[in-house]
Design a binder for this molecule. Structure first.
Ligand SMILES: [Zn+2]
Length: 469
């Protein structure tokens, strides 16, 4: 069989775990260049990052893989229709290589900084130990949703075939090369959030050093957090600017271009539609898969409605301790029906691409105007309404629309009782009808209640209320 026929008929492997490594995949051997045999496999392109993470968290030899080379075919370039045409080529290399800065090691001439042409060499030459472990990812024109992974060197060894980092390397014992280079994403995010709330670099480092001393010295990569690194993060945060251009349109475009990995949907202003930006980091996607599966997803549509130019719609999941974790943000000037469908479908597809078995248990909304039908259609799950939000909205409107100060608490109490009774199964819509009749004098609030809530309370009750969200 011809090489490409053989490759394109391989199964696309999609392990159900959040991240996976080479050990979780069946590798095929296909004849490559110069009679060598390539180890290769097909995985969904959307899961390349999960594979890179899984390979980095190798238990026997923790490391990190960086992009050593990347080529993309410009979208405008016309291409001859050929079977092995590629849209993208990415070479991932273990961050302990490919150069070798150890004594007697070889360094590519382009990376040799001994002539002091540059003051600071790019990357971290001191961590390079000549590791040859690397793999290639190709995105084929024939199957753009699939990544072809070619893994020729899967052992963390140097050119001589000896372990050059990690616990198997005798020379690395007691040094940083025992552990993966760079700190973990978790610690980086933690440090970033401490800096964002204004904790000084010195305090963060002091606490960190105390903690490491207490446990008797460094025992993993995160213990090796340096002052310099924290200071660099702090500088990055201080210098970051979110208004990248006076024109919002251009500003959003630049931001989206620089944060491609976090964007699950972007539609620019058009003649008929406003813009929609859906933001979700890889970490957020993982949380959504882990805590949203057969569980709840809550929508908070009220953030920034008074303060920000464009409101931010957040989606939340809840961990075992019931902490709310934001798992996606949607920014758009208004949340009319069309917009909801646009971002919800894209988000659902993104999650299902990672985990085809993922299924939501329920979707909690906080706004009676939410497009319930779209949610049901996309997520195929019951929709619930946050009782706390309903009562909050009613309270606010009683204050605004009912001039009779003495009546306000009576009405609020009555509405509370109605909800309680309905939740306990002691009644239905007739309780609201009675409420409307009893307080007929308060026209302002009743008009609001009748217009906004009454038509929706029927469905609210059919899918139950939720308290304390
Ligand atoms: Zn390595």
């Amino acid at each position: 069989m011809a090489r490409w026929d053989e490759i394109l008929t391989l199964p696309v492997q999609n392990p159900p775990t959040l991240e996976f490594s080479a050990a979780d995949i069946m590798w095929s051997r296909v004849e490559g260049w110069r009679d060598s045999m390539d180890r290769l496999a097909l995985i969904p392109f959307s899961r390349v990052n999960d594979f890179v993470r899984g390979e980095s968290n190798n238990k026997e030899c923790p490391t990190r893989f960086h992009v050593e080379a990347r080529r993309r075919r410009p979208p405008t370039m016309s291409c001859k229709p050929k079977v092995d045409g590629i849209l993208e080529y990415i070479l991932y290399w273990c961050s302990f290589g490919p150069d070798d800065y150890r004594k007697g090691g070889s360094v590519r001439p382009s990376r040799n900084y001994s002539d002091k042409r540059r003051k600071t060499p790019a990357g971290r030459p001191q961590t390079k130990r000549g590791c040859i472990c690397h793999f290639i990812v190709k995105r084929l024109i024939a199957e753009p949703s699939v990544a072809l992974v070619i893994y020729n060197h899967n052992k963390h060894v140097d050119k001589k075939g000896k372990p050059c980092h990690g616990p198997m390397d005798k020379m690395a014992i007691g040094t940083k090369a025992m552990f993966a280079p760079y700190i973990s994403d978790e610690l980086r995010l933690q440090v970033m959030s401490l800096l964002c709330v204004g904790i000084p670099v010195e305090t963060i480092m002091q606490r960190h050093t105390e903690m490491v001393e207490k446990q008797g010295g460094p025992s993993n990569r995160d213990d090796l957090l340096t002052h310099r690194y924290v200071r660099r993060l702090e500088r990055k945060i201080r210098r970051s600017v979110y208004e990248l251009h006076d024109d919002d349109d251009v500003s959003i475009n630049i931001w989206v271009e620089n944060h491609q990995d976090y964007i699950f949907l972007y539609e620019d202003f058009s003649d008929t539609d406003t813009f929609v930006v859906g933001i979700q980091t890889d970490w957020q996607l993982q949380q959504m898969i882990q805590y949203g599966n057969r569980s709840l997803l809550a929508s908070d549509s009220k953030f920034g409605t008074n303060k920000l130019k464009y409101p931010v719609h957040s989606l939340l999941v809840f961990d075992k301790q019931k902490n709310a974790i934001p798992v996606a943000w949607i920014v758009t000037p208004n949340f009319a029906h069309g917009e909801t469908y646009r971002w919800m479908g894209a988000l659902y597809d993104r999650v299902r691409a990672k985990d085809p078995t993922w299924q939501l248990g329920g979707f909690i909304i906080d706004d009676p105007l939410t497009d319930v039908r779209t949610i049901r259609e996309v997520f195929q799950c019951p929709v619930l309404i946050s009782l706390w939000r309903i009562r909050h909205a009613w309270h606010k409107n009683l204050m605004n629309k009912c001039p009779d100060i003495e009546k306000r608490p009576v009405m609020a109490k009555r509405l509370g009782e109605v909800i309680c009774n309905i939740c306990r199964g002691n009644g239905g819509m007739e309780l609201f009808v009675a409420f409307l009749e009893d307080f007929i004098g308060c026209a302002g609030f009743l008009d609001y209640f009748r217009a906004l809530w009454f038509p929706r309370l029927g469905w609210s009750m059919s899918f139950s209320f939720i308290t304390h969200i």
